[in-house]
Unconditional design. Structure first.
Ligand code: RFL
Length: 390
């Protein structure tokens, strides 16, 4: 078998790469380890930024992929129970960002790829990459029946997330990892509860909390918890009581029936460079961004487009400049988004519970937060990053 691009992983990154290559008429095969049903249920991100919506529009995919999901561009920050609305629409143009749960985006991308004749192979086990620094890489895997396959290709898109095989197959010493631990843990609670009016972030002495929509009747709540706590330290009563204390009580008693509960530590990492021979890493395979600011998935979508355009230049014109600069172009945005996420993480945690960082840092964080409501330039810079840099 042979194709132009083998895409490893069918998350937002891999499916967007495949979707865009299909629009260009460039052959590609997607190999995904999990069954389709599993991939379509993984709940994570919830906002598709303005830039990404514009991108889907330009590629003629917006209606099928993000159509029907509204977002008014307003974030609510509740500081000690008092509401402040941050407007992302401070841009010159119309704001196009959408509230679209990641699993719905994935379902829609899968449907669009299949409609456009895409070759998506689920339950592809034991994927291995060979000869990526040579002229013709080969990707091997076993299908659901255990039958071995081999695909020769020109390029491999490593879109298989932080624990995938793509980055792991690059020899030691080639990549440099830049990890960062924010020293913060969140309890995440998925519940059958009415979504908030606007995405809601809450700052108070009790610690950070957030409430996001995950569909018309489902919500995701986040609660900052002491390092070392596990889900069992947070029975439903305690979750309810703390959400009331942190979010303020005028939204009724959140949450409804809890359907999922886990604790994770906020961490970030960037691996450089993002290319190795004919293997190009896209999305979480190259970096993890702490969830504050909602940039992880959006960065994956950006890189998928940079990669697709570079492949187009190579296939149509024999021009490999786009692939040669792929890593540098993507890393510039990756670090911008890391900076934004860290900036926001620090502000919204330090301004609340100061047992970790002390009263001086708390006052600095409050000044930073207040400036978003009092300075147009600060609000504009925030809106620019929320929307996704041009
Ligand atoms: P994914 O989504 O992890 O997809 C990788 C795919 O590769 C498959 N795979 C393999 N396939 C074949 N062979 C192998 N050996 C394989 N190994 C893995 C996997 O099964 C999977 O299908 O990576 P991708 O596509 O790069 O997408 C990245 C996003 O998923 C991620 O950045 C976001 O979810 C991050 N994130 C958020 N991003 C946002 O933009 N906004 C948010 O609000 C937001 N909230 C979040 C988040 C991540 C979270 N987690 C996971 C900690 C909230 C949370 C809780």
């Amino acid at each position: 078998e042979r194709t132009t691009v083998v895409v490893v992983g069918a998350g937002p990154a891999g499916l967007t790469v495949a979707g865009l290559l299909l629009r260009l008429g460039i052959p590609c095969t997607v190999l995904e380890r999990r069954p389709r049903s599993r991939v379509e249920q993984r709940q994570r991100a919830g906002i598709v930024e303005h830039r990404a919506v514009r991108m889907f529009e330009e590629w003629g995919l917006a209606e099928r992929v993000v159509g029907g999901f509204p977002y008014d561009g307003v974030l609510e920050v509740r500081v000690d129970g008092e509401s402040r609305l941050l407007d992302e629409t401070g841009l010159a143009e119309r704001l196009e960002a959408r509230l679209c749960p990641q699993q719905v985006l994935v379902q829609r991308l899968i449907a669009a790829c299949l409609e456009d004749g895409g070759d998506l192979r689920f339950e592809a086990a034991e994927v291995t990459l060979h000869g990526v620094t040579g002229e013709q890489p080969v990707v091997r895997y076993r299908d659901a029946d255990g039958v071995a396959h081999e695909i020769a290709c020109d390029l491999v898109a490593g879109c298989d997330g932080d624990h995938g095989v793509s980055r792991a197959s690059i020899p030691d010493g080639v990549l440099t990892a830049y990890p960062f631990d924010h020293g913060i843990a969140w309890l995440t609670v998925l519940a059958d509860a009415a979504p908030p009016r606007h995405p809601l972030l809450a700052v108070s002495r009790h610690g950070f909390a957030a409430h996001f929509a995950r569909g018309p009747r489902a919500s995701r709540f986040y609660l900052q918890v002491p390092l070392g706590d596990g889900p069992d330290d947070w029975p439903e009563d305690r979750v309810r009581q703390q959400l009331r204390a942190r979010l303020g009580s005028d939204d009724g008693p959140p949450p409804g029936t809890v359907t999922e509960k886990e604790v994770f530590r906020l961490r970030s990492v960037v691996h450089e460079p993002m290319s190795h021979g004919r293997l190009h890493l896209v999305g979480d395979a190259a970096h993890i961004i702490s969830p504050m600011g909602g940039k992880g998935m959006n960065l994956a979508l950006y890189e998928a487009e940079v990669f697709a355009r570079a492949v187009r230049d190579l296939v149509r014109d024999g021009d490999d400049a786009g692939l040669r600069s792929y890593s540098a172009v993507c890393l510039q945005r990756a670090w911008n988004y890391q900076e934004f996420s860290r900036w926001m993480t620090e502000m919204l945690h330090d301004a609340g519970d100061d047992t970790r960082t002390g009263p001086f840092r708390r006052r600095l964080a409050r000044a930073r937060l207040d400036r978003l409501s009092t300075s147009r330039a600060s609000a504009g810079a925030f809106a620019e990053l929320m929307a996704g840099l041009a």
